[in-house]
Design a protein around this ligand. Structure first.
Ligand code: GDP
Ligand code: CA
Length: 309
């Protein structure tokens, strides 16, 4: 069977890694959000793509889930000493990725080619695709600070301002990256990783052609919300600020028109009846991925029911 996973950064990368440990590389394609991409220090940064690739390559920092393991910070410290911008941390090895990506983009290479070449250099066997080669920029409209670019909201303002709405600049003209629609059409099942529904999965779903390619497919979303809370990041806070009680049920409802199946955590077993009522098949599993074994076990359990059903 062939699988496609939609992923943001940290939550997405963990499940993508679990799946990569259970499937042959040719059977897994990961489509990654690029709505967080931005320029910093004059460099093109693709945080979610890098998190997914570093994780699959075994190069990710296990403490943070983002950035590189055994990282050094000499450049960052020097920039800081010179009074430069230090609200977004860039390690020395990570910097090399951004320098080379920027050079290639300036030379006219599409992002999808760059990701393909980097994946090859990092010995990643799975296919990792950006959602699009065009630039799409997530903006967060907030009560206190007005509209903020995503990294300004996420890193600089530490997700404190109250969210009113989201905007994905450039999304109308963005085409799916080469291979994206083909992978979806070839897939036996699509998995929405436990990524942020608002700012990681929604941008992918809003790219032209993706929703219609998904139609009629078996689509399983994994809840990033456990016991009403996010494991990490602002997803639960976003639901609450948009007037929706944060829960796994809220996530299932968010995707209700699109998905066929939903994985919720064992802590939320009492929500299965409500999920069935909205016409989605619930699957209760342990979804908290602390260790590598947790990632693999969750992926294995998902594959078990996906192959059976
Ligand atoms: P980002 O782009 O780095 O913010 O990462 P994602 O959008 O891919 O993932 C963020 C979401 O992952 C958050 O809403 C977290 O609650 C969720 N998440 C992180 N770790 C886990 C985990 O181990 N299990 C589950 N179910 N969700 C997780
Ligand atoms: Ca992200």
């Amino acid at each position: 069977m062939k699988f496609v996973a939609f992923a943001g950064g940290v939550g997405g990368a963990k499940l993508a890694d679990g799946l990569s440990r259970c499937l042959s590389p040719a059977d897994l394609t990961i489509i990654v959000n690029t709505g967080d991409d931005f320029e910093h220090w004059g460099l093109k940064i693709s945080p979610d793509l890098d998190t997914v690739c570093y994780t699959l390559a075994g190069l990710a920092n296990p403490e943070t889930g983002w950035g590189r393991v055994n990282e050094s910070w000499q450049v960052f410290e020097q920039v800081q000493q010179l009074g430069g911008e230090d609200w977004f941390r860039v390690g020395d090895q990570d910097l090399a990725t951004h320098i080379e990506r920027t050079r290639r983009i300036k030379a006219g290479q599409p992002l999808s080619h760059i990701v393909r070449d980097f994946s090859h250099a990092w010995n990643i066997g799975q296919t990792v695709l950006p959602m699009t080669d065009q630039s799409v920029a997530t903006f967060v409209d907030t009560v206190e600070k007005g509209e903020l670019s995503f990294q300004e909201y996420f890193v600089h303002q530490r997700c404190i301002p109250t969210v009113k709405s989201f905007r994905f600049d450039g999304i109308e003209n963005a085409q799916p990256a080469p291979g994206v629609l083909e992978a979806i059409l070839m897939a036996d099942a699509i998995i929405f990783c436990p990524s942020n529904p608002w700012v990681s999965i929604d941008p992918i779903l809003k790219i032209k052609g993706i929703l219609s390619a998904l139609s009629g497919k078996k689509i399983i979303a994994v809840s990033p919300i456990i016991g009403g809370q996010t494991v990490k990041g602002p997803a639960a806070k976003m639901f609450a600020e948009l007037g929706i009680q944060p829960s796994a049920l809220a996530v299932a409802k968010h995707y209700a028109e699109i998905i066929t199946d939903f994985v919720l955590d064992a802590h939320d077993v009492q929500l299965t009846g409500d999920i069935e009522k909205i016409g989605i098949r619930p699957h209760v599993l342990n979804t908290l991925m602390i260790s590598i074994e947790d990632r693999q076990k969750l992926a294995q359990n998902m594959l078990h029911f996906m192959k059976r059903d």
